[in-house]
Design a protein around this ligand. Structure first.
Ligand code: NAI
Ligand code: 15L
Length: 264
């Protein structure tokens, strides 16, 4: 890997990859609309608004792989999502096509499937069931990835990330937690693979209770090492048992599924 682009590099997951992928590529090209730390050895810092198509086309030139994290990462007004997530992701894929098709890791989200019940076990063939306008933009990103693969052979791994934080923040995250270490090893596996095609992957650690099955992607050779179990006692002591009749407990998307329509 000569040059790997990370969009959204100033964000939480961008920071994890900046550390965890140091030395993985000859150059990490770090991009965001927000301010970033100055470039260190083996890095380039390239500010860019994903909504600016010409700037994105320049950004993607000469890149051999792309980790697309940039965009709004929570529920928001449609007009804001329209610019950062819908237009931004379109620009990114169009730029990848024009650049000859570097592989893209698209940071999708569990909120693309958040209206499935927690009693269901999902895999790559499960239907999208967005739980929010935000989740809907991730469904669009996954569909864009599929289209750009089928028509232009731009490979993508769309990762439906659960909850990637240093520790699970509540009882739900005991199921959805992805450790930062497992996230980094997953990104490496995605770019080490000789071929991926268009793939849906769940970004989740080896938690005891999980709703997602990655068996279809065994060829990637990615095996998560961590489990939320070591945090269970502390999380259960801190948070009362969940109300089984609450939509936030019934659906995989938790609070995103339970909250009302953002525009109301
Ligand atoms: P974050 O909100 O910390 O970082 C997102 C970054 O994107 C920010 O630095 C922001 O400035 C940048 N950004 C927003 N609009 C932009 C634009 N128009 N042009 C360029 N950059 C723009 O989010 P986080 O947690 O780092 O997540 C990264 C990605 O992973 C997001 O796409 C998010 O939806 C996805 N994800 C994260 C999960 C998690 O547990 N952290 C779970 C599921 C999905
Ligand atoms: C997401 O998609 C968000 O980006 C992140 O902040 C968390 O809310 C995560 O999902 C989650 O479901 O825990």
């Amino acid at each position: 890997m000569r040059r790997l682009l990370i969009t959204g590099a100033a964000g939480g997951l961008g920071g994890i990859l900046r550390e965890g992928l140091a030395g993985y590529a000859e150059v990490l090209r770090l991009s965001d609309v927000a301010e970033m730390e100055p470039a260190r050895a083996g890095e380039e810092v390239v500010p860019c608004d994903l909504a600016d198509r010409e700037a994105v086309i320049d950004l993607v030139k000469d890149c051999d792989g792309i980790v697309h994290l940039g965009g709004i990462s929570i529920e928001a007004a449609f007009d804001d999502l329209l610019s950062a997530n819908l237009l931004g992701t379109y620009n990114l894929y169009e730029a990848a096509r024009q650049a000859g098709g570097p592989r893209v890791l698209f940071a999708s989200s569990n909120h693309a499937i958040g209206f499935h019940k927690r009693t269901e076990r999902l895999d790559d063939s499960s239907t999208q069931r967005p739980d929010s306008l935000y989740g809907l933009t991730k469904c669009y990103g996954e569909a864009l990835a599929s289209y750009y693969y089928d028509k232009f052979a731009v490979e993508s791994v769309c990762v439906r990330i659960g909850s990637c934080f240093p520790e699970p923040k509540d009882r739900r995250m005991l199921s959805t937690w992805l450790s930062p270490r497992d996230f980094v090893s997953m990104v490496r596996a995605v770019f080490d693979a000789p071929v991926t095609g268009h793939l849906i992957l769940y970004g989740v650690s080896a938690n005891r209770e999980t709703w997602w099955n990655n068996d279809h992607a065994a060829f990637l050779g990615w095996t998560p090492q961590d489990s939320s179990e070591i945090f269970r006692a502390a999380v259960e002591a801190k948070f009362p048992p969940e109300d089984k009749n609450d939509a936030a407990t019934i659906y995989q998307g938790g609070g995103f599924a339970a909250r009302g329509h953002f525009e109301d």
